[in-house]
Design a protein. Sequence first.
Length: 464
Amino acid sequence: MKENSFVSADDIRSAFSAAMSVMYREEVPAYGTLMELVAKVNGDTLAADAALRGRLEATDTLDRISEERHGAIRLGTPAELSMMRRVFAVMGMYPVGYYDLSTAGVPVHSTAFRPVGEASLKRNPFRVFTSLLRLDLIADETLRAEADAILKERRIFTPEAIELTEKAERDGGLDKADAERFVAQVLETFRWHDTANVSADMYKRLHDAHRLIADVVSFKGPHINHLTPRTLDIDHVQALMPEYGIAPKAVVEGPPTRNCPILLRQTSFKALEEAVSFRDAEDGWKAGSHTARFGEIEQRGIALTPKGRGLYDRLLGDSRKIVRPAADGSNARDYETALTEAFKSFPDSWAEIREAGLGYFSYSLTEKGRQTKLPGRRDLETLIADGLVQFDPIVYEDFLPVSAAGIFQSNLGDGAQQEFVASPNQKRFEADLGAAVLDEFAHYAGIEQASIENCLKALTAAVA
Ligand code: OOG
Ligand code: NI
């Protein structure tokens, strides 16, 4: 087969995220309502802010502004995780970062599968936050063994999805017809099943151990548990949710509202209680319910360096020492005030953030820079001071463990707080995944460095 007849991985990912969006809106109508609200607020925000509109037109694809930016699944076994890695690779999505959520009372560890190159991110940044259940954190040995046996029996991928993934690996891509089949087949893995794999009794035992264990073990597959479009004004969407008949989680996760957005802010509507049938030896099925699926929104800011991230973590920790957000929203205002206070010591202009070495920036030539040729290399600070080079924040494309834990918790119910001994195990995760995860800091540093090199090269090119 000729190579140029392959559909690009970026196009397959775009088709996949679009198909998943349609499926999820059908499965969870409240999610469709959230999408409408997001599109409206994004439209209003752009209409009121011509400068923002201009910037987005220049740097982004404006007509895709309200589309999904991420989703999440929870897997049960190492074999599922490593196959998922191969499936996502066909869509140009690679594991970035390691997140240990055990410290936050959730028995999983995770990575985010996402596109990594600038062109791919621009075309479609869709990511899937992917968690692997840690049965090793479950104290009850009998239950652990039972859960393990149930998980080993299930097949979350259709035979055709596996065949097409192998074909893509073998041939280096998929043609149009195969790419379409691949999207349809892989979508099956993410579909909701309203019939459980287990009896109501088993479900209850799993649920009593941890709600998340019941969510992973009781079903045929790792249903997509939320999708997340991008909003240009997260505070506004949060405030409007009740008017649209959807219940927001108590607080927005992440940093407070700022002039210069940093990292990632997220909020969601609370997971819905849905009817499911459990296996029952006597009369076939027994009616019950399960709560897992929700909708989320995100707003992204600059990627922080390890130093910036350290400061972020410290200030977040400080504010949570003063007020810990309650799930019922009763102290939401106090929490916001404490957060805003604490973050006063995080510089809030791009120049200060850059000078303090807190964030990653992409450097480019100014108009004057483009018309200048220098006889030799000068240092970056001089070039900036001379108005030859400018800098723009690099957007954070990853996730935050404390925020992720908050999202998990708000959708597991108030009683779900549980203590586990902190036990990050990246080596084990990577062995199960069958690959190392990309180090996010090294990745952003690489993008920054490459942009600096480009400027220096362009400024001296004609003379060299
Ligand atoms: C994943 C929660 C993490 C986020 O946006 O931080 C997440 C889950 O609930 O499975 O999606
Ligand atoms: Ni999420």
